[in-house]
Write a protein of this length. Structure first.
Length: 273
């Protein structure tokens, strides 16, 4: 009888400890969202480089498709938003470390990145494309034509464009630059013959350049879902963000943001000449 009671007590202790551990785990999962509410601020890392039409720095503050979404996230949470510019390839490590609540910088969702952090469901789907030095306008008609040692192709450090370059143009010569802002400089300074980057960014640059230096091949190379970066322990915030994305996609808010930044060119006025 004593042994039986001892076993029962032991089992109950195990369940009690397990329940206590489960409570701690649950507390950890919601801690990130609770901290945002407690400090009345959501801290968001954005790319250090302008990335129109997703993010553009103006004298009056940041504007862009991503920026509108971030402001709306903060509004729906009932907190303030604080943006900080961070080098693209440092955003994921810093979100993983807990220095930022979210990373919003047109991150393509990949298996490798997803081992370090959580990703929201895609809030936009894009692809990569190629911009050429205009001198190749009449000789290069597709990214396939660039798959030769004759051409040097630039890509931004830490961007998934490097993977696309290795996959689709492996015979070309690769040229790494620090930021997306350096891509155009690489062509203008004759350091590269072309570069690969996200299609919206390429179309923006082509529109701004007006054919002076660049030629845009309007053909997507890849299919890339873009997500918001969240610390891997913060499942409550992930759930909130996913529900938020579903909500704005169904109530018309997302359509308003998309029309503003992708279906008209009024925002070109924010770009520096």
């Amino acid at each position: 009888m004593f042994r039986t009671l001892s076993k029962i007590v032991l089992i109950l202790l195990v369940f009690a400890l397990a329940a206590g551990c489960d409570t701690n785990v649950k507390d950890e999962k919601v801690e990130g969202l609770n901290k945002i509410r407690e400090k009345n601020e959501i801290k968001i890392a954005i790319d250090a480089s302008d990335y129109p039409p997703f993010a553009i720095e103006t004298p009056g503050g940041f504007v862009g498709f991503d920026i509108d979404i971030c402001y709306d996230i903060a509004k729906k949470m009932g907190v303030n938003v604080k943006f900080e510019r961070v080098e693209f390839d440092k955003i994921i490590p810093l979100v993983d470390k807990g220095d930022y609540d979210l990373g919003v910088a047109t991150f393509t969702i990949t298996a490798k990145r997803n081992t370090d952090v959580l990703f929201s469901q895609p809030y936009i789907v894009t692809g990569q494309a190629v911009i050429l030095d205009k001198k190749y306008k009449d000789s290069v008609f597709s990214y396939r034509d660039l798959n030769s040692t004759q051409y040097k192709i630039a890509f931004a450090k830490g961007n998934t464009s490097e993977l696309s370059l290795k996959k689709f143009m492996p015979e070309s010569r690769f040229y790494e630059v620090e930021t997306v802002d350096d891509l155009v400089k690489a062509i203008i300074n004759d350091e590269a013959d072309a570069f690969i980057a996200d299609m919206p960014y390429c179309s923006t640059l082509a529109a701004k350049d007006k054919g002076k230096h660049l030629y845009f091949i309007d053909q997507p190379i890849t299919f890339e879902p873009i997500g918001i970066v969240i610390n891997k322990d913060n499942f409550h915030l992930l759930n909130w963000i996913n529900n938020y994305i579903r909500q704005i996609q169904s109530d018309g808010t997302y359509d308003e943001f998309y029309a503003k930044w992708f279906q008209n060119n009024d925002w070109i006025k924010y770009l520096n000449n």
